[in-house]
Write a protein that binds this ligand. Structure first.
Ligand code: GDP
Length: 626
C-alpha cells in the first residue's frame, strides 16, 4: 500500500529539521497534508520518516510537521499526558505518526557521521602521545605525597604560577615531554575504571615504602596491574628514613615475581623521597623511557574520543566533567556524548585553571556544557551534531540499562563453561587463611589446565574476600575461590551487583573438584534468570500511586515474575509483579505494544519513567561439552 518516499526534503540523520517552511498550524489534524511533503503528494501517499529510539514531543511534532498541540492531543487519546519536552518511545511515536498518515522506520546510527568512527588508524596519521600514569601501592606508603611532590616540582613551563585545580588528573613536563598523572591513586580506583570497560592507564607506578617493605596491598596492586597488562615501575619511597632498606624491598618484590634490574629482571626501580622531593626527576625520566618502549601514539587530527575521569555538579557552572582525551583533539564548540549524557563543549580548563580551546591526546580537561553529570569511566565521543550526540547518549543509556539488568557477562563458573568453548582462560582470585595453603591450592588448580582451557590464578592473597577482589574478578571476568575465609559484607554486596561468583571451601579437594567438574560441564544444573519483558511506567494511579500504568516495550509482562526497576539507567530495586490488568480485567500476561496496569509486591515505589524488567527462572542443563 504505502510507498517508501524519501521526501523531497529529507532529514539528514542528526540534523533537526530547522528552516523548513512549515504550513500554518490550524490546530486541527490534517492527515493528508501533515506529512513531510511540501507540496503534498498528489495521491496522499503515506511518507516514511526515520525516527530515533526515543523522541521528545516537540521533536516528533517537528518531524511530522504538525503543531505540538496536535501531537499532545493524539497522545492524550492514548492515555498519555506528556509535555513538549517529555519523550515517547519508538512504538508510541510510530502510532502517533500513523494518525498523521506518516510511516516510520528506525533511524540507524550512521557510523559515517563519525559518531562511532572506526578506531583503526592509519599509521601515517599517528603521533607520539604522553603516557597516562596511575600510582598504586599499600596504604601510607606515600602515593598521595608522591603525586603532590611530582606536581609541585614539574609544572609545564608556560603554566608555572597557575593555580592548582584538582580535576582528577594533571600533566607535568620534563625535558619538553609531557606525562599525565591520574590523581586518584590506588588499585581500587584503577580496577573500578577497568571494570567499567575503561582502560586509561599506560603505566603503573608501584610505591613501596622502604621502611615497611612489600605489604598485602602491594601484592594486590601488582596483581591488578598485571591483570590489566599495564607495565610497572617501582618507586621505592621514604628513602630519607634512617630505617629505609631498599634492598629488602627489592628482594621481597622478587619473591612476588617483580624482578628489578639490580636483580637481573626487567622492571625499573627508582629510589625516591616524596617528603624531601628527591629522585622525582629520575622517576619521571624512567616513566618516559618505559613509555617510549611502549610506542604510545594517537591521531590528533580527528574528532576526539576519551573517558570521563571524574565529574560533579558545580553550583555555578553546572555539570563539570574531567575528560581524558585519548584520541583525536577535543575543541570548544564540539558536540559530545559522555556516556548517557550529551552537550556542547562550552569551555575547557586544564589542571592549572587555564582556559583551553583544544585538548590533544592524553590531555585531561575539565569540560563545561554537558546536560547532566556523567560517571567516571563513561566513554566520550565527539558527534557531528547535537542530535547525533543526543542519539548516541540515548543509545548508550539503553545499552547500560540492558547490561545492568540482564546477566550480560557469564560470570558464574557454570555459565562460563556453558559458552561452548568460548572461555579459553579461567581467571581465579584465590584467597586463603594462611600462606601455607595458598601454594598447594594454586598448583592444584593450575594443574587442571588443559589444551582447551587454561586455569590462571591472577591474584592470591591471605585474608577475607574484599571488595577489591570482587572488582578484580569483575574486570578480569574471573571467579573468586576462598579457602577457610569469609566474605566481607561490602564484598558480598558488590559481588551480587556485579554478578561475580564467589566460592568458599574448607577442603582443598572440594575446591579443585568443583572447578574440574565445571570445566567438564558436569556441575549440577542451576537456575538462571532469563529476561522476559520490559515495560515503561507512564502514569500512576491509586490513592498512593501504587498502580502503575505501563506500556510494554518488548517481550511480555507476566504475572508473578521477578521485576527489576531501573530509573535513569540505574537499578533502584526489585519486586514481584503482583497484579496485572488490562483495562478492568485481571490478565496473566500482556504483550509488547500494549498498555497495562500493574502492582509490584516488595519493590520500590514506582515513578513515571521507570523501566520495569521482568525475568523468569529457567533451569540450565549442565552437560554442555567443552
Ligand atoms: P598514601 O596512603 O599511600 O597516599 O600515603 P601518604 O602520601 O598519605 O603518606 C603517608 C604518610 O607517609 C604521611 O604521613 C606522609 O607524610 C609520609 N610520607 C610520604 N612520603 C614520605 C617520604 O618520602 N618520607 C617520609 N619520611 N615520609 C613520607
Amino acid at each position: 500500500m504505502s510507498t517508501k518516499i524519501r521526501n523531497g526534503r529529507p532529514h539528514r540523520p542528526g540534523q533537526p529539521p530547522r528552516g523548513r517552511p512549515s504550513r500554518p498550524h490550524t490546530g486541527r489534524p490534517d492527515p493528508g497534508r501533515s506529512s513531510l511533503s511540501a507540496p503534498a503528494p498528489r495521491k496522499r501517499e503515506p511518507v516514511v520518516i526515520e525516527l530515533p529510539q526515543t523522541v521528545t514531543v516537540k521533536e516528533l511534532a517537528e518531524l511530522l510537521n504538525v503543531g505540538t498541540g496536535q501531537v499532545i492531543k493524539e497522545l492524550i487519546t492514548r492515555g498519555l499526558m506528556l509535555t513538549v519536552n517529555q519523550s515517547v518511545d519508538f512504538a508510541t511515536a510510530a502510532d502517533v505518526a500513523a494518525a498523521f498518515n506518516v510511516q516510520v522506520t528506525p533511524k540507524p546510527v550512521d557510523a559515517s557521521e563519525g559518531v562511532i568512527a572506526a578506531e583503526i588508524e592509519e599509521e601515517e596519521n599517528l603521533r607520539p602521545r604522553p603516557p597516562v600514569v596511575t600510582i598504586l601501592g599499600h596504604v601510607d606508603h606515600g602515593k598521595t605525597s608522591l603525586l603532590d611532590a611530582i606536581r609541585q616540582t614539574n609544572v609545564t613551563a608556560q603554566e608555572a604560577g597557575g593555580i592548582t585545580q584538582h580535576i582528577g588528573a594533571y600533566q607535568v613536563e620534563i625535558k619538553g615531554q609531557k606525562i599525565t598523572f591520574l590523581d586518584t591513586p590506588g588499585h581500587e580506583a584503577f580496577t573500578a575504571m577497568r571494570a567499567r570497560g575503561a582502560q586509561v592507564t599506560d603505566i603503573a607506578v608501584l610505591v613501596v615504602a622502604a621502611d615497611d617493605g612489600v605489604q598485602p596491598q602491594t601484592l594486590e596492586a601488582i596483581s591488578h596491574a598485571r591483570a590489566a597488562n599495564v607495565p610497572l615501575i617501582v618507586a621505592i619511597n621514604k628513602i630519607d628514613k634512617p630505617e629505609a632498606n631498599p634492598d629488602r624491598v627489592k628482594q621481597q618484590l622478587a619473591e612476588a615475581g617483580v624482578v628489578v634490574h639490580d636483580w637481573g629482571g626487567d622492571v625499573e626501580a627508582v629510589e625516591v623521597s616524596a617528603r624531601r622531593k628527591t629522585g622525582i626527576e629520575d622517576l619521571l625520566e624512567t616513566i618516559l623511557l618505559v613509555a617510549e618502549l611502549q610506542g604510545l601514539k594517537a591521531n590528533p587530527n580527528r574528532p576526539a574520543t576519551g573517558t570521563v575521569i571524574e565529574a560533579r555538579l558545580d553550583k555555578t557552572r553546572g555539570p563539570v566533567a574531567t575528560v581524558l582525551v585519548q584520541n583525536g583533539t577535543l575543541h570548544v564548540g564540539d558536540f559530545i556524548a559522555a556516556g548517557p549524557v550529551y552537550g556542547k563543549v562550552r569551555a575547557m580548563f586544564n589542571d592549572r585553571g587555564k582556559r583551553l580551546k583544544a585538548a590533544e591526546p592524553s590531555t585531561p580537561v575539565e569540560v563545561l556544557g554537558l546536560s547532566d553529570v556523567p560517571r567516571a569511566g563513561d566513554k566520550v565521543h565527539v558527534a557531528p551534531s547535537e542530535q547525533a550526540a543526543k542519539l548516541f547518549a540515548q543509545q548508550y543509556a539503553q545499552q547500560m540499562a540492558q547490561e545492568a539488568q540482564v546477566q550480560a557477562r557469564p560470570t558464574t563458573l557454570e555459565e562460563m563453561f556453558k559458552q561452548d568453548g568460548q572461555v579459553k582462560e579461567l581467571n581465579i582470585i584465590l584467597k586463603a587463611d594462611v600462606q601455607g595453603s595458598i601454594e598447594p591450592i594454586r598448583l592444584s588448580l593450575e594443574r587442571l589446565s588443559g589444551d582447551e582451557v587454561k586455569v590462571k590464578v591472577i591474584h592470591q592473597g591471605i585474608g577475607n574476600v574484599t571488595e577489591s577482589d570482587v572488582l578484580l574478578a569483575q574486570a578480569s571476568r574471573g571467579i573468586i575461590v576462598g579457602f577457610n575465609v569469609r566474605v566481607e559484607p561490602g564484598a558480598r554486596r558488590a559481588a551480587e551487583m556485579a554478578n561475580v561468583d564467589i566460592r568458599l571451601y574448607n577442603i582443598i579437594y572440594d575446591a579443585v573438584d568443583d572447578i574440574r567438574k565445571a570445566m567438564a560441564g558436569m556441575l549440577e544444573p542451576r537456575f538462571v534468570e532469563i529476561q522476559e519483558g520490559r515495560a515503561e511506567v507512564r502514569k500512576l494511579f491509586g490513592r498512593n500511586g501504587e498502580v502503575a500504568g505501563c506500556v510494554v516495550l518488548d517481550g511480555k509482562i507476566v504475572r508473578n515474575t521477578l521485576a527489576r526497576v531501573m530509573r535513569n539507567g540505574q537499578l533502584v530495586g526489585e519486586g514481584q509483579i503482583e497484579s496485572l490488568r488490562r483495562f478492568k480485567d485481571d490478565v496473566r500476561e500482556v504483550a509488547a505494544g500494549y498498555e497495562c496496569g500493574l502492582m509490584l509486591a516488595g519493590g520500590p515505589k514506582l515513578e513515571v519513567g521507570d523501566i520495569i524488567n521482568t525475568f523468569r527462572k529457567e533451569r540450565v542443563a549442565g552437560d554442555v561439552p567443552l
